[in-house]
Design a protein around this ligand. Sequence first.
Ligand SMILES: Nc1nc2c(ncn2[C@@H]2O[C@H](COP(=O)(O)OP(=O)(O)OP(=O)(O)O)[C@@H](O)[C@H]2O)c(=O)[nH]1
Ligand SMILES: [Mg+2]
Length: 140
Amino acid sequence: MALFKKLFAGIKNNKWVSGIAKLFSGKSFSDEFWDELENNLIAGDTGIDFTEEIIDFLKDEAKSKKLKTPAELKDVFINKIVDELNTVKGMGEDFKLTPKPYVLLMIGVNGSGKTTSAGKLAAKFQAKNQRVVMAAADTN
Ligand SMILES: Nc1nc2c(ncn2[C@@H]2O[C@H](COP(=O)(O)OP(=O)(O)OP(=O)(O)O)[C@@H](O)[C@H]2O)c(=O)[nH]1
Ligand SMILES: [Mg+2]
C-alpha cells in the first residue's frame, strides 16, 4: 500500500486528479456526475472497457449500499482503481538494472506514448546517476 500512498501523494496536484476529486465532492448522483466521471476517466487513459466497468460497478455499489452522495462513493472508486493496478505484472517493483548494459525495448502503435514514456524513464534513470542512451527503430 505504501506504493499507492506515494503514487497519490505525487499526483495530488495534478489537474486531472483534482478534477476527479472535485467531482466526488458533488452533492448528488446526477446524470451529469456520471457523464463527467466517464469523460474524466476516458481523458485519463482508463480505456473505454475499463471505464464502462468502473461506471457500472459504481452505479451498482451506490444502489446496493443506498449511498446518497458521490463523497460516499469516493473510497469505493479508489479501491477499484487500486485493485486493478495491483493486477498489473511487476507493479511496484523497481527495474533491476543488471546486467549492464540494461536494455529496455519500447514497442507500441503510433502515438501511444512511447517517446514520452522513454523520456520520463530516461529522466528517472539519469536522476539516479545512470547513463542513458536512446535509440529509435522502425518497421518497414
Ligand atoms: N493522456 C496521455 N497522453 C500522453 C501520454 N503519454 C504521451 N501522451 C501524448 O500522446 C501523444 C503521443 O505521444 P508520443 O510519446 O509522441 O507517442 P509515440 O508512441 O512516441 O508516437 P509515434 O512515435 O508517433 O508512434 C503526445 O501528444 C503526448 O503528449 C499519457 O500517458 N497520457
Ligand atoms: Mg515516438
